[in-house]
Design a protein. Structure first.
Length: 40
């Protein structure tokens, strides 16, 4: 039972880094798109 609880906690903790990675990718995409759309 203890192993199942720890595995559940680890799964919940793994969600946070995934959100951070997606957030960073969104920022990177916005920066690159703004640089590309810049005239000249």
């Amino acid at each position: 039972m203890n192993f199942r609880k720890t595995s559940y906690v680890s799964e919940k903790e793994n969600i946070v880094p995934m959100i951070n990675i997606v957030f960073l990718l969104l920022i990177f995409f916005l920066i690159t798109s703004s640089l590309v759309s810049r005239p000249g």
